[in-house]
Design a protein around this ligand. Structure first.
Ligand code: ZN
Ligand code: ZN
Length: 260
């Protein structure tokens, strides 16, 4: 019985080979779109026999790899949308067509999100971009971004400094889109990243009064100095011994003024 089956399979194979041309040709899709950049598309073709490429636009190459038709185009430099048909032919008049269209310029850049956030440890994130072009990518300092095949890959190294943020710009012809990127960082909790805190000597006043000397002193801890002395005799005249007020703020003792 097995022998018989084998016989039949070999026979049918022979029949197919002998008869050659397919009586049914069924590509999985009847239209293929290329961006201005061109590229490669594969179309699976179901058929009950052999078939070949009968017609093909001169700006398209179509190559048969077993049951798959590999369609390739180069960048469209013509400035206009171009389209044409690839015609597959089987036995006799049996044919199937695949329409090929190539865009002349980028008509849309639509990121799936307009905001990406990184933890301070950094890492890689991807954003799908719906576009018919090949957008140019510009990333802000501290981030890198590359576009390939409908996906934007954004990279942020670990951030040991303060929080970072910026905008990634995608441009193609007269289309553009932006994605905001942020990354958490190390921020000093004592000064909230400013690097400065209220002066502990003058309480932020920049000067202080000393009962012992009946004088006002410029706070030396926050950049002031000198002395204003009020003599007991006259209400009007203060003696100014190089008095100048301090800023009232001093370097954050926790972060040493760096803010992180
Ligand atoms: Zn002070
Ligand atoms: Zn601090």
């Amino acid at each position: 019985m097995k022998k018989l089956l084998n016989c039949i399979s070999i026979m049918s194979l022979l029949v197919l080979t002998a008869c050659g041309g397919a009586t049914v040709i069924n590509p999985e899709k009847n239209a293929v779109d290329f961006t201005i950049e061109g590229g490669e598309e594969k179309v699976d073709v179901k058929a009950d026999g052999t078939w070949n490429v009968k017609e093909c636009p001169e700006w398209v190459t179509a190559e048969i790899q077993d049951s798959i038709l590999v369609i390739k185009t180069a960048r469209n430099e013509t400035g206009a949308v171009r389209e044409g048909d690839i015609v597959l032919a089987g036995k006799g008049q049996v044919q199937a067509a695949i329409k090929v269209t190539q865009a002349a310029k980028c008509t849309r850049i639509n990121p799936e999100t307009d905001k990406v956030e990184f933890e301070k440890e950094g890492g890689t994130q991807t954003v799908r971009i719906d576009t018919d072009g090949s957008p140019q990518v510009e990333a802000p300092e501290g981030f890198t971004a590359t576009y390939a095949g409908g996906v934007l890959t954004i990279n942020a190294p670990a951030n040991e400094e303060g929080a970072k943020n910026g905008e990634i710009k995608l441009t193609g012809d007269d289309q553009s889109a932006t994605i905001a990127v942020t990354q958490k960082g190390n921020i000093c909790p004592k000064c909230n990243g400013t690097g400065k805190v209220k002066c502990s000597k003058c309480g932020g006043q920049g000067e202080y009064f000393s009962e012992a000397y009946m004088s006002v002193f410029g706070c030396s801890k926050c950049g002031g100095g000198g002395q204003l002395e009020k003599p007991g005799s006259s209400e009007e005249d203060w003696y100014d011994y190089g008095f100048h007020k301090g800023s009232g703020k001093m370097k954050c003792p926790q972060c040493g003024g760096s803010g992180h």
